[in-house]
Design a protein around this ligand. Structure first.
Ligand SMILES: Cc1cc2nc3c(=O)[nH]c(=O)nc-3n(C[C@H](O)[C@H](O)[C@H](O)COP(=O)(O)OP(=O)(O)OC[C@H]3O[C@@H](n4cnc5c(N)ncnc54)[C@H](O)[C@@H]3O)c2cc1C
Length: 410
């Protein structure tokens, strides 16, 4: 926590802001220590379950308690403006909190991260009615956000998606299938991308808020058995005549793709933060373990090979933290942050693979069994180079931005 705080407070905040930021980070730290970390191993083991008959998803019981506590402590709407009952704090602080909660449990962190993504986009692109309706509820944790973008045939190539949206004059009607949907069974207010004009391809896509309340056509049809993130359900969703009211359009009809590109850019900063959080958790376990584990008559910490591993791991975590915080701060300052968001996500998710790998290595055989947590971090972190745009896609974003620059004229 000290490392995160130290870096975070170097970002040009005044004394009052620094005090406020520290207070929020302490609150998040306390909640993680009391409500999440002690239950993370069990939440991973229990996972989420799906009842095929009722279509109901159940989370570990602790998840519901954590959500309640986060809402009680006003942590669900940190970056939502005060006029909509949020805390009106920075996107940067929000992401530092995302790092902290990811250190405690990556699956649970998605509840926090996607709440932020949803409210950010509603605030930027929502109609006045939608902002009035959704933002206070998201801030109070009465509504939970999620993303309904991916389809079985459209992952990286979201522009090719097929889910159809028709306008019946008074409302929109949606039909299609979405898959790999996080927060499934808890989220009820999704950012949704569908095609309002299939002939126009990505220029015929429109973004909406899709509310599952009073919408029986929204059906979860399965949840995935997966490598990690067991405390969060990833689902396939069938959309059969799902209704979206007119005021839930985000931006303009046919301009949804650019809104989703904005969302993905901003959310990538969060994945950088999530990866750093998981890597930091693994690093802390390893740095602690090597002090107590003795071989050849001395703690393994005394071997130079171990010391250099610690140095490399910490350097990578620190650098990745600076990368995502820089992108977040650029967003707060109204600068073009897209390239830096991709850098934060790409670098953070790649070093996090290396750090969690080394954390297991430093535990020897004990790292391979569940009791020491590092096995879970290694599984959980594997998703970070994949979602919110694969790392191949991040390299495309970064290289395109770089090729536009003329360094010779600089
Ligand atoms: C646990 C989990 C949670 C998720 N949560 C959500 C969610 O909440 N909401 C949501 O909408 N989606 C979610 N997703 C979906 C996720 O964003 C996609 O899986 C991801 O974008 C990749 O799409 P894909 O799986 O179809 O892979 P593909 O796009 O099929 O990619 C396969 C491979 O091809 C590579 N590739 C593709 N195009 C190119 C290219 N042009 N150049 C080079 N390489 C390329 C990719 O990088 C990848 O390595 C989740 C996925 C998982 C596994």
């Amino acid at each position: 926590m000290r490392d995160l705080k130290q870096i975070f407070t170097t970002y040009g905040y005044n004394e009052e802001e620094t005090e406020q930021n520290e207070m929020v980070l302490d609150l998040m730290d306390d909640l993680c220590k009391k409500e999440i970390e002690p239950h993370a191993l069990e939440m991973d083991a229990t996972g989420c379950t799906f009842d095929v008959q009722t279509g109901k998803v159940s989370y570990p019981s602790q998840t519901y308690k954590i959500l309640k506590k986060m809402a009680q402590n006003d942590l669900m709407g940190l970056a939502i403006p005060e006029e909509y009952e949020g805390a009106g704090l920075s996107f940067t602080l929000n992401n530092a909190c995302y790092e902290r909660i990811s250190r405690a449990d990556a699956g649970t962190s998605l509840l926090f991260g996607l709440q932020n993504s949803t409210s950010d986009v509603v605030e930027q692109f929502g109609t006045p009615e939608a902002k009035e309706h959704y933002l206070p509820k998201l801030a109070r944790g009465e509504k939970i956000g999620g993303l309904l973008f991916t389809e079985p045939g459209s992952g990286s190539d979201l522009g090719s998606l097929k889910t159809k949206v028709t306008d019946d004059g008074s409302q929109y009607i949606v039909n299609g299938v979405k898959n790999f949907i996080s927060n499934a069974g808890i989220a009820d207010s999704f950012l949704f991308l569908g095609s309002t004009d299939p002939e126009k391809g990505s220029r015929g896509l429109t973004a909406f808020i899709l509310d599952t309340e009073n919408n029986p056509g929204f059906k979860i049809t399965r949840i995935e058995e997966k490598l990690g993130l067991h405390s969060n359900a990833t689902a396939e969703v069938m959309l059969e005549d799902v209704i979206i009211p007119k005021e839930n359009v985000l931006g303009e009809i046919g301009r949804g793709f650019s809104i989703v590109l904005y969302e993905l850019s901003a959310a990538r900063i969060g994945i950088g933060a999530q990866a750093v959080g998981i890597a930091d958790a693994a690093y802390r376990k390893a740095a602690t373990y090597v002090k107590t584990r003795k071989q050849f008559g001395k703690p393994i910490e005394s071997f130079q090979a171990t010391q250099w591993k610690l140095a490399d791991m910490f350097t990578k975590i620190h650098t990745a933290r600076v990368a995502y915080l820089t992108a977040a701060r650029m967003k707060d300052l109204g600068q073009d942050f897209a390239e830096y968001a991709s850098i934060g996500k790409l670098y953070g998710s790649e070093i996090a693979q290396q750090v969690t790998y080394e954390a297991i290595q430093m535990h020897g055989g004990y790292g391979y069994v569940k009791d020491y947590d590092v096995e879970r971090y290694y599984r959980d972190v594997r998703i970070t180079p994949i979602y919110e745009g694969t790392n191949e896609v991040q390299r495309i974003v970064i290289s395109r931005a770089e090729m536009k620059k003329n360094y010779a004229a600089d």
